[in-house]
Design a protein around this ligand. Structure first.
Ligand code: SAH
Ligand code: SF4
Length: 418
């Protein structure tokens, strides 16, 4: 979400006559887009702002703006904590920044508030979150759910496709809540269907799905629309019902989560499942954590994002004792990561010799890289310019984090593509 917001900021600044600087030392304006979902993220932002303090002393004309989830309603307190910041604005309230700067070309934002930097782009479709999971600061900093009208999204997607974007990732903290707050209540399936009909867009992704909001109808839409990638990001957070209950408002049990994954795999046998896990949530016993590992062993997800719990100000869980010691959190995270490395290695090893489709996004270390429909990273060497192409790669090497192979002919054009 922050990447998507930064792309919008950059495009808006360029329209106002700014150009990107290579380093903060050369900039007239630095906008820090902060994340505070975990304590460690907040510390990184504070560190960056610390470095800017020295820079600002050396060059007082430098303007520093701070946005993202560090910006709450207590601006006066923020001003005291970060006197080097000239201007604070809440996440996505870009208008507040534009009003401070020289006017841009009037009314030229149209329906393309970002400048695509390659064949893939993010399309934020719903902001905020109404769930209030006990550990999570997002609803406090990004507010209630707000969906963007379907016509506006169609217009932006069309404009992106005209500029060469081939893959769009529809974003929302709970992307499956899309449309609940709009007149006529369109839903994510309808939105995907409309975007799939646009010429040029070869792939559509969606991120993140709250497990309680993924319906059979939605799974059916994903399997029916060839452009929609069979890739689900379904944060389970914990593998024991007691932990889930303490996490509050998650709205599923371990059993119902397993049924959901089964349902997805029945409809889409190739589907990739990724999940998020918090280790060391208040009161997490060794038994509860062992249940999380057992669930991961059973489900065999393609990707697991593990994080050690940290209390976030204002959340319900921050009132619970943070009673799992830091060493235990670290140790649990290491066990989780070792398990997942093995599972991902095994899942990917089964792909050896297979042909996969990749959309080429760039070059790294002399090789082209892209992603499969399931989101796996693929590298291959080729003399030809493959940027933005859909290619077929025959896999010759696999590891837990990436695949490698030889490029075959460009993949056949799919329905709706160009
Ligand atoms: N909207 C998504 C993710 C939001 S935050 C969802 O519903 O899951 C991204 C991830 O950060 C979460 O999935 C969670 O695993 C992690 N996270 C959120 N708050 C956290 C906290 N206080 N401590 C550690 N990890 C946290
Ligand atoms: Fe946070 Fe829960 Fe909302 Fe995800 S669904 S953003 S974890 S409150």
């Amino acid at each position: 979400m922050n990447q998507a917001d930064s792309a919008r900021l950059a495009a808006g600044l360029e329209r106002r006559g700014y150009a990107p600087a290579a380093r903060p030392e050369e900039a007239d304006l630095v906008v820090v887009n902060s994340c505070v979902v975990r304590q460690s993220a907040e510390e990184r932002v504070a560190g960056q702002l610390g470095a800017l303090k020295a820079l600002k002393r050396a060059r007082p004309q430098l303007q520093v703006a701070l946005t993202g989830c560090l910006v709450d309603s207590q601006i006066a307190a923020l001003r005291r904590r970060f006197p080097q910041v000239d201007f604070f604005f809440p996440p996505q309230d870009f208008q507040a920044l534009w009003e401070r700067l020289a006017p841009g070309r009037p009314g030229d934002e149209g329906c393309l508030p970002q400048k695509p930097a390659g064949p893939t782009a993010f399309l934020p479709v719903i902001s905020g979150c109404d769930e209030f999971c006990a550990y999570c600061i997002v609803p406090y900093r990004r507010g209630r759910e707000r969906s963007r009208p379907l016509a506006e999204l169609r217009c932006e997607a069309e404009a992106l496709a005209r500029r060469g974007v081939r893959e769009l990732t529809l974003l929302g903290q709970n992307v499956n809540a899309y449309g609940r707050d709009l007149p006529g209540r369109p839903d994510l399936a309808l939105l995907l269907e409309e975007l799939a009909a646009l010429p040029g867009l070869r792939r559509l992704r969606f991120l993140t799905s709250h497990p309680a909001d993924v319906t059979e109808g939605f799974i059916e839409a994903v399997s029916r629309l060839p452009q929609v990638c069979p890739s689900f990001s379904l944060p389970v957070q914990a593998g024991h019902d007691n932990t889930l209950r303490r996490m509050g408002r998650r709205g599923y049990t371990v059993a119902s989560y397993k049924r959901l994954v089964e349902g997805i795999r029945q409809a889409l046998p190739e589907a990739a499942i990724s999940t998020d896990i918090i280790v060391g949530f208040p009161g997490e016993t060794e038994t509860e954590f062992a249940a999380t590992l057992a669930l991961l062993e059973e489900l065999r997800c393609d990707t697991v994002h593990g994080a050690a719990y940290s209390p976030r100000p204002g959340t319900a869980a921050a009132r619970l004792p943070d009673d799992v010691p830091p060493e235990a959190k670290k140790e649990r995270l290491a066990r989780l990561e070792a398990l997942q490395e093995r599972i991902a290695g095994e899942i990917n090893a089964a792909l050896l010799g297979r042909r996969v489709e990749a959309l080429v996004e760039g070059q790294k270390g002399g090789k082209w890289w892209g992603r499969t429909p399931t989101g796996k990273l693929v590298f291959f060497a080729d003399e030809a310019d493959r940027l933005g192409q859909l290619v077929e790669v025959e896999l010759t090497m696999t590891g837990p984090w990436s695949l490698q192979g030889n490029v075959q002919a460009p993949a056949p054009v799919v329905a709706g593509g160009s």
